[in-house]
Design a protein around this ligand. Sequence first.
Ligand code: ADP
Ligand code: MG
Length: 679
Amino acid sequence: MAVSAEEVAHKLGYADSDALILHLPLRYEDETRITPLREARLGDTVQIEGLVEHSEIQNRPRRQLIVQMSDGDSGRLYFRLLHFYPSQVALLKPGARVRVLGEIRPGYFGAEMVHPKFRVVQENTPLPERLSPVYPSVAGLSQYAIRRAVEDALARADLSDPLPAPLAFPESFPGFAAALHALHHPPPDADLAGLEAREGPAWRRIKYDELLAQQLSLRLAARHRQTLCAPALPEDGGLEDRLIAALPFALTEAQGRVLREIRRDLARPQPMNRMLQGDVGSGKTLIAALTALPALAAGHQVAVMAPTEILAEQLYLKFHEWLHPLDIDVAWLTAALKGKAKKATLHGLADGSIRLAVGTHALFQNEVAFHGLALVIVDEQHRFGVAQRLALRSKGAQIGHASGDWQPHLLMMSATPIPRSLAMSYFADLDVSVIDELPPGRTPIVTRTVSAQRRPEVVARLRDYCLAGAQAYWVCPLVEESEKLQLRAAEESHAELALQLPELKVGLIHGRMKADEKAAVMGAFKAGELHLLVATTVIEVGVDVPNAALMVIEHAERYGLAQLHQLRGRVGRGARVSACVLLYENALSDTARQRLKIIHDHNDGFAIARADLALRGPGEFLGARQSGLQMLRFADPLADADLLEGARAAAPGLLERHPEGVERHLARWLPRGLDLFRA
Ligand code: ADP
Ligand code: MG
């Protein structure tokens, strides 16, 4: 039964059959010519035409149909079918004329093909004039059905260029219709290897169009944001000067610059949508506190959110330290908060008596109502999952209604820098501020990679270090499959180290502990009552103990690069010479070795992110599946950086001068609406 084009489209995951014009081939088969058998060499993929001389079904070593054919003058070929229908057996009788396409291999009887593509034909059946596309498929969908559906879509669709060259694309590029034709039906002399590697003018046009659609939609989203209202917050009532004057240090120049950028945003009556990037330890928390001041001075509410309890608590302590002297109270809300205390906090947020709250995503649960929330700050933004980000966004809209139709300003912070190429494509509608400088007086961290066999030496060094007055972290192996196993690994390391280091006080902290237990351990470590803190990755981000100068990471090869860099950033925060020891197991894969080398060679988060991106590609790097970020199908912002630059430059003029064409272009590329590219 013939499958309809609609059905094919749905099976392939498209909303409708129009989308099939951009269902592009993976590779091609050359059915345009017949190769005489005597010219076919072993290993070649060729098409042979000839007559069946003999065919039979064998049952050993497995059931198969063996067909012997000859192309007359030049030779004999055997081909084997491992799956076949009775109707095919009937067709492949002696005397039948067949065309087979496949790879010639040495077989038991001579040259053979295993499961070639074959077709019974008449004498002089014309050969196709174009290469045959092979499309990405799913189970139960034949290439034949896909080809027909794609043909059908191509015949029906309007393939004209909705946007004109040279404004929309360079004049040297083929038109959209020509590019599609060249990709779906390349001529026999086309550069097959190039096409399959997705190179050449036709592919460039397609990739460019995709990037252009992305740039256009991001700009439209940004433009939409400009229509939203937010409270303008130009004044801080002198709070900023008071806070800065009370600090034992001066802001770095980079901190001063990003603060001015943020203050400029806040002064406008549109919601800020800014990402603050800064390497581990660059002092983002202070910027967060300073960002809150204008909103607080105006009598509005501010919510500060961190991905974990430990982090939320660290934020809380810093905010309290800096803001309490200014008579600003900091409230606290996490999932662990229960009973009366929780009730009081919810009340205070709803009636506006609490103006500043720090917490986890518990801040954005349904039961929480705000009263004039003007600013949301999200720390370690990359660690929040899709669900949490969506909840935050819909909460933003809700808050908008409750507060006279405004949206709160949004400041996101992250220590995982987005390389420029990705920032320009996926995050083009975000404003980005970068703290590209660490506070002075930091000592660079010395990183060593050491085989786990030398663990006793490492433990001995650790003892000397701690007895000299420093503190250290011991980070336990990551066990991704199971939190339970992870916990056990941590407990084992703790027991073992406590035994090996009787002269040291050794603490343990892990994700399964209750919030107050964690707080007690962290507090003891901070106060210097513990020498060594054995930890799981709960200490990954944000933890700030300047006297901790040594970190040992077990099974470092199991961690991601960003994670290792974050972990390492827990040391090197004071004046002591700091070191990070990456223990690895001996049988390292090549990639694992490369990754550890990156961490060893670089101390700068941006350099690490670039290397990581090059190693893993944008999809993995951004955690696209996890974050729900729509990835590009054809273009790669790194490899196609020149196309990306071009599309980015073209977008504003096109929006200005050809709004209808833009709409058609987007309908072609983003049929499911303009929201697709937003995180
Ligand atoms: P991160 O950017 O990783 O969140 P933090 O905000 O935790 O970094 O800052 C790391 C440490 O640096 C904190 O102890 C903070 O108080 C301190 N700090 C921040 N700004 C400065 C500065 N300008 N000079 C000196 N120390 C600073
Ligand atoms: Mg931080």
